[in-house]
Design a protein around this ligand. Structure first.
Ligand SMILES: CC(=O)SCCNC(=O)CCNC(=O)[C@H](O)C(C)(C)COP(=O)(O)OP(=O)(O)OC[C@H]1O[C@@H](n2cnc3c(N)ncnc32)[C@H](O)[C@@H]1OP(=O)(O)O
Length: 333
């Protein structure tokens, strides 16, 4: 990925680490130093372009990585440059990985809820022209060392199939612990965790939720002391949440009823990867017909009653206004 400015001079090291301040790294001695504000503008351009390319590669409707999102979050981005390719002496960018700590509520293999704050893989992209050349591994490995985490301690925000294969190949991560949110965690995540006593068979989901373990080993960060259950929001926000058009209620209101038999057309899923959520179209959480039925059951407001009396079917224009997205986009959510 090339830019109209000197990427090689901007990023002296092969891998550059940037936080929310997007501070330009110190330049090599002897290189001319443009105004700091210009350098930061160049960094912002690189992050914006990488974010757009990553979104395109993942078929997302909007980038989840941008300079402005970096500035408003405590995320860290690792950028890999290719100094060997110096078209017109300017260097090129190969890709990036974005990570950040997030407070999550994750289920362990006994379906008990755990409040944890693991390092999460939020976005990861290697330019199409050099994928499968080992650059992803180089970047990932560097990030693991810098962040001092083991691969099984990570939570991954809606991994793509390519990323799942990557994790399987390079880090032997295969068996996932099923979750109700968009994050994927792997076997071993809870490995050194202090386990609460097994809940009795009669324990309800409600009482199991109270068995939040305050001292998980996976997160590198210390968690606050155990809170009363009422203080805990039982959902975990993904960085990709803003891509949804519908406002989904928090867990457990968004849970689909458990099926005794598999649905007629289960979503495509790799059998070796368990039941973890998969990147793919986010589906509406209430079937349209069900929503319409429940709306019909609501007693109409007096003004609405007047309008309904005047136009019982509602005008086509009104009906159209309920959906402003093109069909293709609409079907992804
Ligand atoms: C939380 C998230 O960020 S999810 C989004 C992840 N990003 C994407 O899906 C964007 C598109 N893909 C990419 O940018 C890259 O393929 C990455 C970042 C997933 C991996 O980077 P790469 O430099 O290609 O990885 P690297 O060369 O180190 O490892 C290659 C391995 O990754 C996996 N992989 C990479 N590309 C593919 C692919 N097209 N199909 C299947 N597996 C793939 C395979 O396991 C591959 O090994 P193989 O070639 O022996 O089959």
């Amino acid at each position: 990925m090339e830019f109209p400015f000197d990427v090689d001079a901007l990023f002296p090291e092969r891998i550059t680490v940037l936080d929310q301040h997007l501070r330009p790294p110190a330049r090599r001695p002897g290189t001319t130093t443009p105004a700091r504000v210009d350098l930061q503008q160049q960094i912002m351009t690189i992050i914006d372009e990488l974010g757009k390319a990553s979104a395109k590669a993942q078929n997302l409707s909007a980038p989840i990585t941008s300079a402005s999102r970096m500035q408003s979050n405590r995320h860290v981005v690792y950028i890999l440059k290719d100094s060997s390719a110096r078209p017109a002496g300017k260097g090129a960018i190969i890709g990036f990985i974005k990570v950040g700590y997030k407070k999550l509520f994750v289920l362990d293999d006994r379906e008990a809820h755990n409040e944890v704050e693991p390092l999460c893989i939020l976005d990861f992209y290697i330019h199409e022209s050099v994928q499968r050349h080992g650059h992803g591994r180089e970047l990932f490995q560097y990030m693991l060392q810098k962040e001092r985490v083991e691969p099984h301690q990570l939570a991954i925000d809606r991994p793509s199939q390519k990323l799942l294969k990557f994790l399987n190949k390079h880090y032997n991560l295969e068996t996932t612990v099923p979750q109700v949110n968009n994050f994927v965690i792997f076997e071993g995540f809870f490995a050194h965790q202090h386990r609460p006593p097994a809940p009795s068979l009669r324990a309800t989901r409600h009482s199991r939720a109270a068995a939040v373990d305050p001292t998980p080993a996976a997160p590198a960060r210390k968690l606050p002391p155990k809170r009363a259950e009422g203080d805990i929001k039982p959902y975990s926000s993904s960085d990709r949440e803003f891509l949804k058009v519908a406002v989904e209620p928090p867990w457990p209101l968004n849970r689909a009823p458990r099926r005794a038999t598999p649905p007629a057309h289960p979503p495509p899923r790799s059998s070796s990867l368990g039941n973890s959520p998969e990147r793919g179209p986010l589906r509406p959480f209430v079937p349209e017909q069900e929503l319409l039925r429940s709306l019909r059951l609501c007693p109409p407001h007096p003004t609405a009653r007047l309008l309904l009396a005047a136009d019982p079917g509602g005008s086509p224009a009104q009906r159209r206004r309920t959906s402003s997205l093109p069909r293709s986009e609409e079907s992804r959510y």
